[in-house]
Write a new protein. Structure first.
Length: 363
């Protein structure tokens, strides 16, 4: 098997040997999967054979962006202020965009990034392979500004192009970037956001994410197609924001990658040996759904601080505001789990194993 990015040989990296994978729109896929890693460019990837691509096609046939938050963007904290993920991305890349306004969002989904770009005064257009959200997208950008189909249906060029959680779904990078560059003005700026899989190892369980990026592997891929690359460490936690162009922009060094926490992943897989009504799961995204499958339903409920999601159900379990008397599974990187445990103060953590004294000092 050759690497999807650099065509060098790959080796087995990790086997998810239980049928607990999920789709990126948070539905059980319930398949096991092997992951491979390229020792040359460091890209972690899945084997894109016919069976896998057929499975992914079936996911996309009924794909619908998360609805638990009523179509809203994820809220993230920056200091004492809450921003949507899309607002944080735009704030971090504005200096590279300058006065450029003509913009298209590729793989726009339910339009959360478009909502932010339009509110910031961009002259935005949209593209997606699905027409599921056509009414909403057309309401944001206009009836004749939403291209449904592949990139090849787009008949004009743009100054700003955004790929927000798109690149990890692409099976053929060469064909994709050839089409993408054909719709970019000579001095266009491309904004890319992908999950940072070394920091958020639960991304490996998302079945339709073909590639799992690090700073090293994303930089290695992008430098094949663009002259100028800037990778941000600070835009959104657990994600990588890249700004690239063929015209000069400020270059940045490639940030040092995090160490992959294999022990945490093994511990997560071990959840299948436990559970019970005294356990709850914090969150309602893909990692929470994987935890629910590992427990085979042996838990009380989900917890989510987002009031838009409370009262809904996931995997047949209710989403509540707090843990009650249950111990809590925190399906997050260890550092983030420690921060959550410190902030919530009165919870007892079931997973992951934490230095309890680290967060008890703040209780």
């Amino acid at each position: 098997m050759e690497c999807l990015s650099c065509s060098k040989p790959v080796e087995i990296f990790y086997s998810i040997n239980k049928p607990v994978t999920v789709s990126s729109d948070v539905r059980p896929v319930s398949k096991s999967i092997d992951l491979y890693k390229c020792n040359n460019c460091q890209l972690i990837q899945k084997r894109t054979n016919k069976q896998y691509l057929d499975d992914v096609s079936k996911i996309y046939e009924s794909y619908f962006a998360q609805s638990l938050a009523q179509g809203g963007d994820e809220l993230l904290q920056s200091g004492d202020v809450s921003y949507t993920r899309s607002e944080l991305i735009l704030r971090s890349v504005q200096k590279y965009i300058g006065t450029k306004k003509k913009h298209i969002d590729i793989g726009c989904g339910s339009g959360v990034f478009l909502s932010a770009s339009v509110s910031k005064g961009f002259d935005s257009y949209a593209q997606d392979i699905s027409s599921n959200h056509q009414k909403k997208i057309s309401g944001l950008v206009g009836e004749n500004r939403f291209y449904v189909g592949g990139i090849d249906v787009i008949d004009q060029k743009f100054e700003v192009v955004s790929l927000i959680h798109v690149l990890e779904h692409i099976p053929d990078f060469n064909a994709f970037f050839e089409n993408l560059k054909s719709i970019m003005e000579k001095d266009a700026v491309l904004i890319i956001q992908v999950p940072y899989s070394l920091e958020n190892l639960y991304d490996l369980f998302v079945y339709d994410h073909i590639s799992h990026f690090s700073y090293t592997s994303l930089h290695s891929l992008l430098q094949k197609y663009f002259k100028y690359i800037n990778l941000s460490e600070n835009a959104v936690y657990k994600e990588i924001t890249a700004v690239v162009s063929d015209s000069p922009i400020e270059k940045a060094h490639v940030p040092e990658d995090a160490v992959f926490d294999r022990e945490l992943l093994d511990e997560f897989m071990g959840l299948s040996d436990g559970g019970g009504e005294e356990i709850s799961i914090l969150g309602s995204g893909p990692s929470a759904l994987v935890a629910a499958q590992l427990l085979d339903g042996r838990f009380s409920h989900f917890i989510d601080e987002d009031t838009r999601k409370q009262g809904s159900t996931l995997f047949g379990k209710s989403i509540k505001a707090d843990a009650g008397a249950s111990e809590v599974i925190l399906p997050y990187p260890r550092k983030q789990a420690e921060s959550i445990a410190s902030r919530l103060k009165n919870i007892n953590v079931y997973y992951p194993k934490l230095e309890r004294s680290h967060y008890e000092r703040n209780r």
